[in-house]
Design a protein. Structure first.
Length: 343
């Protein structure tokens, strides 16, 4: 950070280029393009792949609203698809049923830190000529069949919001891709459509990763794997101690590594359990209490992708327990004991 301040190189300077190179090497991908947020990463990736007005994009019903907002930002229509009961990820069988002649792209979300079923989803996309834009905003360092999340589709999108496994000191994001032409298009789009200074070859925007954030991310990236390993160990301890507790712990797909951005349980009396824990000084979260199709902002899209029974059940029952690398064994035991005492 001192180097950035001393050099007064605040916008798209050496610090950003260094982080882009380091993160590309970490992921094993050709290009990383730093942008201002995870939402911008998704919307710019869609725009760069030519998705726009008249197109449909399939997205999970069970995700943060940013996934759908990115589709709306480029003038396309988000088509929501319900999730699986076990992993809460988008259900590939329902994706196939949602495809129409207007479907242009599919956005799998690697939710809570675990990959979606990319074998099935990539197969469906290939068979139907769809672009795959991965939403890896919660999956820094997660893998599926040995491949890094964010590197399996035409483009992958990350958020560096401070609470992420790899977080900046403010908002930030990036798009990753192995497509050279797509990468160049994204670099122009994020910077006013400029090819070089004062030469604007397309109608771009201002969405650039701050140099100070890039400097922070470069240092934190070196610690990401160790932090993820600590999260995974905490999750294993939670799951072991929660056996016979009456709540449903998360299921880990055997093909995936789960980096546990969130540790999400399911409880039939979720709201009562949350209050019980809060009364004992234990903070929890709900991701996400109001599904996209029930949000006022999306009353217009209805249920074009079908029913969302599993998503609605998740919204009533999921609860995110405390999860961060520095969590102690006694902290976990305290949470589990409080859950066990809930009647």
């Amino acid at each position: 950070m001192d180097e950035v301040l001393d050099g007064a190189d605040f916008i798209l300077g050496e610090a950003v280029e260094r982080f882009e190179r380091d993160f590309a090497e970490y992921l094993g991908v050709g290009h990383v393009i730093g942008v201002a947020s995870g939402l911008d990463a998704l919307s710019l990736a869609l725009e760069a792949t030519g998705t726009g007005v008249g197109d449909e994009v399939i997205v999970p019903a069970n995700t943060f609203i940013a996934t759908a907002l990115a589709v709306s930002a480029v003038g396309a229509t988000p088509i929501l698809v319900d999730c699986r009961q076990d992993t809460y990820q988008i259900d590939p069988a329902l994706v196939e049923r949602a495809i129409t002649p207007r479907t242009k792209a599919l956005i799998p979300v690697h939710l809570y830190g675990q990959a979606a079923d990319m074998t099935a989803l990539l197969g469906i996309a290939d068979a139907n000529g769809l672009d795959v834009i991965e939403d890896a905003a919660q999956a820094h360092g997660a893998t599926f069949d040995g491949r890094m999340c964010g590197t399996m589709g035409r483009a992958g999108c990350f958020s560096f919001y401070p609470a992420k496994n790899l977080g900046a000191y403010g908002d930030g994001g990036c798009v990753v891709t192995n497509d050279e032409e797509l990468a160049q298009r994204l670099r122009r789009l994020r910077n006013y459509g400029q090819r070089v200074k004062n030469e604007h070859v397309c109608k771009g925007t201002n969405s650039r990763l701050d140099s100070l954030h890039a400097a922070v991310l470069t240092v934190k990236l070196k610690r990401l794997d160790a932090w993820n390993a600590e999260r995974t160990a905490h999750a294993a301890r939670y799951t072991r101690l929660l056996r016979d507790s009456g709540v449903v712990p998360p299921m880990v797909d055997s093909r995936a590594t789960h980096v546990f951005h969130l540790y999400v349980i399911r409880a039939a009396r979720r709201d009562e359990l949350q209050k019980h824990l809060s009364d004992r000084g234990i903070q929890t979260g709900i991701h996400y209490p109001i599904p996209i199709h029930q949000q006022e902002a999306y009353r217009d899209i209805g249920r074009a992708g079908g029913a969302f029974d599993v998503t609605e059940q998740a919204a009533r029952e999921v609860l995110s327990l405390p999860m961060f690398p520095e969590l102690g064994e006694k902290d976990i035991e305290r949470v589990v004991d409080a859950i066990a005492a809930f009647k």
